[in-house]
Design a protein around this ligand. Structure first.
Ligand code: 3HC
Length: 311
């Protein structure tokens, strides 16, 4: 009966074990996982666009090959995560429709433009760096398919972060113009990368429940702080300046003191009014429409194969 199932579910969460697709789970647990995992998958897929813009413009064959590998990885992360979401009862078509009809969230960070090559470095170092901070704890998410997908994603993410760091380091060891281009990219991507961790804890409606269910292991602000702590020494090695004049370690409070984050910008981007929201969804919708013939051909081929098999 339901009480016994609820008790069994609670005991698994309490024991820090895993909930698997066939286990009973509260409807609200299923709903929040579908919400978070599908949004995570959408983020990976939309995240291919800002970088894809530079594959044909990379400054060398080596950089082109690395960037292509990274964008292909993002596609793979999206597919793992869509598959993980499907184990909860939502279909791939439903998720795709939600995204191309503008009814699904995806990470705010991918709604910013990538005007120079240095953006590839800033995205790898800052965006993938933030993603690692956020995704490592998700490897221990209480829902099995999600946690396991994260293990593979995190391994590839560290390559993404390292290649971004290396692009910036190369530019910072270059001409004054290259150094200026790298600093300009860091200035544009620093604050949006802090927003990737979500709103402040006291304005985060999902955190309490998500932490009780051991989906979210650390709060938005805790992970944001951890990320800043990672960036400060790396920025020194790079020789770039993090664009926050108030940034300093507050020893008494044992935390990084920062300027106020512009949460108005965050909410504008989430409302679809960021610099690139319209283009990102239009590109995704066009790719879906352009790919219709491939889906039809694959379905027809599968139908014929089935016919042969049963004949
Ligand atoms: N962009 C878009 N929406 C965001 C957001 C962001 N940066 N931060 C928060 N939100 C949304 C939440 O989805 C929620 O809205 P909803 O209830 O309609 O879904 C609302 O703002 C309030 O935020 P909460 O803190 O209450 O929500 P969560 O508990 O879900 O925490 C989160 C937000 C930390 C982003 C969490 O959902 C999470 O960890 N998601 C999985 C990881 C993820 O999506 N990472 C970003 C993708 S970047 C990436 O992976 C690509 C990399 O490979 C380059």
């Amino acid at each position: 009966d339901e009480a016994a199932e609820q008790a069994a579910f609670g005991a698994i969460i309490e024991a820090d074990s895993r909930i698997e697709p066939r286990d009973w789970m509260p409807a609200a647990y299923r709903k929040t996982l579908i919400r978070q995992i599908s949004q995570h998958a959408h983020s990976e897929i939309i995240g291919m666009q800002p970088e894809g813009n530079w594959i044909s413009r990379a400054p060398s064959l080596k950089r082109k090959a690395i960037l292509m590998a990274k964008v292909q990885d993002e596609a793979g992360h999206g597919l793992y995560l869509y598959s993980a979401a499907q184990t909860l009862g939502i279909t791939r078509d439903e998720m795709t429709e939600q995204l191309i009809e503008g009814r699904a969230r995806y990470s705010s960070i991918f709604n910013y433009p990538t005007p120079t090559w240095a953006d590839m470095g800033a995205i790898g170092w800052l965006v993938d760096g933030a993603a690692i901070c956020n995704q490592v704890p998700l490897c221990r998410a209480s829902y099995g398919p999600y946690g396991r997908a994260m293990v593979r994603v995190c391994k590839e993410e560290s390559f993404h972060q390292r290649q971004g760091f290396e692009i910036l380091l190369t530019l910072m060891q270059g001409s004054p113009a290259q150094r200026e281009m790298a600093q300009d990219a860091v200035n544009r991507w620093y604050w949006p990368s802090l927003m990737m961790f979500g709103p402040p804890d006291d304005e985060s409606p999902n955190s309490a429940q998500s932490m009780a269910w051991k989906i979210k292991r650390f709060s938005n602000d805790d992970l944001r702080q951890r990320f800043i702590g990672m960036l400060v020494p790396q920025a020194e090695v790079l020789g770039v300046t993090l664009p926050d004049p108030e940034l300093r370690w507050d020893d008494e409070a044992q935390r990084w003191h920062t300027s106020e984050i512009d949460w108005t910008e965050f909410h504008e981007v989430l409302a679809g009014r960021g610099p690139m929201n319209v283009e990102r969804i239009r590109n995704r919708r066009n790719a879906h429409d352009d790919g219709a013939w491939v889906r039809e051909a694959a379905a027809e081929y599968a139908r014929k194969q089935n016919e042969k098999a049963v004949a």
